[in-house]
Design a protein. Sequence first.
Length: 356
Amino acid sequence: MERILDVNDLHVSFDTFAGEVKAVRGVNFHLNKGETLAIVGESGSGKSVTSKAVMRLIPDPPGRIKQGEIKFGDRDLSKLSEKEMQKIRGSEISMIFQDPMTSLNPTMTVGKQIMEGLIKHQNMNKSEAKERAIELLKLVGIPDAEGRVTQYPHQFSGGMRQRVVIAIALACNPRVLIADEPTTALDVTIQAQILELLKDLQEKMGTSIIFITHDLGVVANIADRVAVMYAGKIVETGTVDEIFYNPQHPYTWGLLGSMPSLEATEEDLIAIPGSPPDLLDPPKGDAFAPRNPYAMKIDTEMEPPLFKVSDTHYAATWLLHEKAPKVEPPAAIKKRLRGMAPDEPIIATKDGERNV
């Protein structure tokens, strides 16, 4: 399968009054043509910083890419000048941010905001750009596109604003689309519509997507492969089926255990104890060790490598070492894994009944 993006040994730090925050610490991943890679993890795990580093949107100062390469075709994006990156942003790699209201300019019509990229990157005149803007609004499912192209962001609902942001991101037919928690600010019904829209647009346009989220339920609906991040590192990576049905890292077990499913009662939901480490002073060894009930002495002394589970599945945990004791997921999580259908939305009620 053709690789469109390769990130190798990426390190990103931020200088603060308290010291250097090592937000991303040696991240490696790749993106294949036409696929969706989901990067998941708790807040502060480094997901958004990684995606912004790919777009070269880390503010310098205080942030900086310390080392690593971001290969896009035959170019290393980490070495390009700002002027060279401006030619790539929006035209070859686009990004959708969390909150559409802060992504859109409240003083400009949505049509003009879509037209900007078309005029800059596609060399269209205003008439051509307006016609294309209307086509894009129709493509993302906004009714009466001809009338709404002249309206302002405040005249749209939250879900419709996010559709406008998607139209802007797709305006120049980018090869890579980075979606940074694009449904977080939306209610569940609208969230499902936006996810369905992204899947539909990907099939039509062949765009490769990096989907950033903390919600594994979202991942099951949209991803081909999953990378699980913790404390600035990728701790497990595999196909969506491998991560959901054969997870190997205790952190992944915890994320899955905290996700509602049809088979789970309220008592089955599991919280991960403790909190992520302070990346001003990252811990020695496995950063997850203080929160890991299966941690061994080696976890506090040496950082685990990525052990191979299959050709597509790797996990960074000493539990996979040949000399480690055999440990399986907790019984509650095994029960969840057996009965879990990842794409079924659930609410668990106190009396044990489940409402879809």
